[in-house]
Design a protein around this ligand. Structure first.
Ligand code: G
Ligand code: G
Ligand code: NA
Length: 253
């Protein structure tokens, strides 16, 4: 496949970049974290992540690409962490978690950027977490070890991957990223009931939920009324290159 060989070359040629989308504390408006989002523009034309990430996963290329994202994200967040106490949240695919040296990859990215583990959040989809979550399995052990270094774990796409919540009782997680399907569109009663139930679950488990794809001030206000602690989305900011985000943060955080 053409895309796969292009991707292989891209790793060697440094063709990737990382953009950062702010995660905002809904009660203070402060940026608490940024999500690292991989971008690839071979010959100046951007390829959507949803087109190339599945291929990268299929060919195992997500392992070196993901390691590169971790290193870049830790390096970029360092000044934002020092000045504004901002953490970085990095997407991790199941393929990466199964690498025996994944913990080493994470810890060396932190060490080389001189960043504490508490500044890093690993974002793992609910489907991947659940498919690897019997009580004593490797992923549980791995995540527990990383948490001992202060690294936090976020459940991505929460609410869409699985019909049971039992895994939340034994998997070491800190944050729920509430799937965009539950970001209220119009404030209709039934829609709000789902959002409220999910936010309340997160709050009562002391998980710091993040609502995704918040696009309007009305949506942000509804989430505030439901006591959702954090949110991200175009209403606050699009994903930005590091230099642009630095300017935004310096202008006031
Ligand atoms: O910007 P958006 O189109 O960036 O991202 C689309 C999807 O790609 C998201 O679901 C996001 O989780 C995923 N994604 C973005 N960056 C990365 C990455 O570095 N690694 C992995 N595994 N997924 C990513
Ligand atoms: O599920 P995950 O957090 O990985 O999704 C990130 C994806 O969502 C990226 O593609 C990002 O560009 C996109 N995104 C971020 N904010 C918004 C938003 O407000 N609306 C929409 N439609 N997409 C968004
Ligand atoms: Na994500």
């Amino acid at each position: 496949m053409r895309l796969a060989s292009d991707l292989r070359r891209a790793v060697a040629n440094d063709e990737f970049m990382v953009n950062y989308q702010p995660v905002v504390d809904l009660s203070t408006g402060r940026v608490t974290a940024v999500e690292a989002l991989l971008r690839w523009s071979p010959d100046g034309r951007p390829v959507p992540p949803l087109d190339f990430i599945p291929i990268a996963e299929q060919y195992g290329l997500i392992v070196p690409i993901g390691a590169w994202v971790l290193r870049q994200a830790c390096r970029d967040v360092r000044p934002w962490h020092d000045r504004f106490d901002i953490s970085v949240t990095v997407n991790v695919s199941g393929r990466q978690l199964r690498e025996p040296d994944f913990a080493q990859t994470v810890l060396s990215a932190l060490r080389d950027a001189d960043l504490p583990g508490s500044a890093l959040i690993l974002e793992i989809t609910e489907t991947v977490l659940v498919s690897s979550s019997t009580e004593n399995d490797d992923v549980t052990v791995l995540l527990s070890a990383l948490r001992e270094e202060g690294v936090r774990v976020a459940v991505d796409d929460f609410g869409t991957g699985y019909s049971s919540l039992a895994y939340l009782r034994h998997l070491p997680v800190d944050i729920l990223k509430i799937d965009r399907a539950f970001t209220p569109e119009g404030g209709m009663a039934e829609e709000m009931a789902f959002t409220r139930a999910i936010v309340e679950l997160g709050n009562s488990l002391r998980l710091s939920s993040i609502a995704e794809a918040v696009e309007t001030p009305e949506q942000a206000e509804r989430l505030r009324e439901l006591d959702c602690p954090q949110a991200q989305g175009y209403h606050f900011s699009r994903p930005l290159p590091a230099e642009d985000l630095t300017k935004v943060l310096n202008a006031g955080n």
